[in-house]
Ligand binder design. Structure first.
Ligand code: BYC
Length: 327
């Protein structure tokens, strides 16, 4: 009478087929699932995993760009970069809050990040070597993020979908500010244009990897699509991103570092060369060039912030006691 076939990747949950079918009916009717609604344990776990990893990506994603705030070439650039990095911090906080509605605490999620159990986007394990990288990250990394996140605004889980609406509006500003930086460099001196090209060369392939493994190797996609957490597969979104980005590079007069990139009339999209999946899995498993530094920085921030958390708890306790005494 119990089925283990319909649920999350680890197959640990036991729920009746009737219960799973009832839940699937709500999903198929495009109803939003809210935190207190009954849901399969696999659905809850999938969301905690994805939203938690998404939140960590936003927070770790502040580091590569934060690295350039003091070296921005003008006050205007500095103000925009500062605002963007703060936005990413805000996205992390909405996302942690969305995950918390599923019964997991911020402490637990942070501990999983610091222990290496929870992942964060592979892209943030690469170093930011020049100012041009601030432009390229906005253009490509935020561009890829938008492509992935617009469909998440229609995710079946209400708090995640709603958080994504604001996040996407801000990511869209980030993408434009990045593209404008790259455009300024591409139309500048030959040295500036070379800097933009070098940056594109380094970030192109890691940006394509942001969308995750090929569909054939994506262990969670089928179930996440059935539950309408994901609306498109990894390969579908990667293709959309390439098709949108190639004309942008052409407009800038920059060359995408893929000799096999070619318009395919029949499919109405670009064919591209092979992605280095060995590199992808190496980075995902924690061996990216900046992996140690990123986790070290997050651990330091978490440890240094312990007194703030303790003080906030003590303050809340004092207020609670005062309120009880006054009643
Ligand atoms: N990096 O079965 P799959 C941003 C993992 S931040 C690392 O296809 P799924 C921004 C995957 O987790 C952008 N790991 O998984 C911030 C799974 O491992 P686990 C972050 C990756 O979940 C600051 C395994 O590989 N965006 O926008 O169905 C500045 C198998 O994959 C990656 C999000 O997090 C990767 N690239 O699909 C600027 C969006 N790819 O968990 C910008 C929300 C795969 O079993 N997340 N893995 O240990 C998603 O949409 C999905 O989770 C993914 C992966 C498409 C990423």
């Amino acid at each position: 009478m119990y089925s283990q076939g319909l649920i999350g990747a680890d197959n640990r949950t036991e729920e009746t087929p009737e219960f799973l079918a009832r839940f699937q009916k709500r999903i198929d009717a495009e109803e939003k699932i809210e935190p207190k609604d009954e849901m399969p344990e696999g659905y809850r776990r999938t969301l905690v995993r994805q939203i938690g990893q998404h939140a960590h990506s936003e927070i770790v994603g502040m580091l590569p760009e934060g690295n350039w705030i003091t070296r921005a070439p003008s006050l205007r650039r500095k103000a925009a970069l500062l605002a963007k990095v703060q936005d990413e911090g805000g996205h992390g906080l909405y996302l942690y809050s969305a995950a918390e509605t599923l019964g997991v605490s911020r402490e637990e999620m942070t501990e999983e990040l610091l222990s290496g159990k929870a992942k964060y986007s592979s892209i943030f394990n690469y170093p930011t070597l020049s100012w041009a990288d601030m432009g390229t990250i906005g253009w490509l990394v935020d561009g890829a993020a938008i492509m992935n996140q617009i469909p998440l605004c229609r995710c079946s889980f209400g708090p995640y979908a709603r958080a994504m609406i604001r996040v996407c509006k801000e990511e869209s500003f980030h993408q434009r500010q990045g593209y404008e930086i790259v455009m300024t460099l591409a139309q500048g001196t030959p040295e500036q244009k070379a800097m933009a090209q070098d940056s594109l060369n380094r970030w192109w392939w890691p940006s394509l990897m942001m969308f995750g493994p090929h569909d054939a190797d994506s262990q969670h996609s089928d179930q996440s699509m059935a539950w309408k957490i994901k609306r498109f597969t990894n390969d579908e979104l990667r293709q959309k991103f390439i098709d949108a980005t190639v004309p942008q590079a052409e407009y800038l007069g920059l060359t995408i570092p893929d000799p096999d990139l070619k318009w395919n009339e029949d499919k109405g999209g670009y064919d591209h060369g092979p992605i280095d999946w060995d590199e992808f899995w190496r980075v995902v498993k924690g061996h990216g060039p900046m992996a140690k530094d990123r986790i070290k920085a997050r651990k330091k921030a978490w440890d240094d912030g312990a007194w703030v958390r303790e003080a906030a708890l003590a303050h809340a306790e004092k207020r609670r006691a005062r309120k009880i005494a006054a009643e």
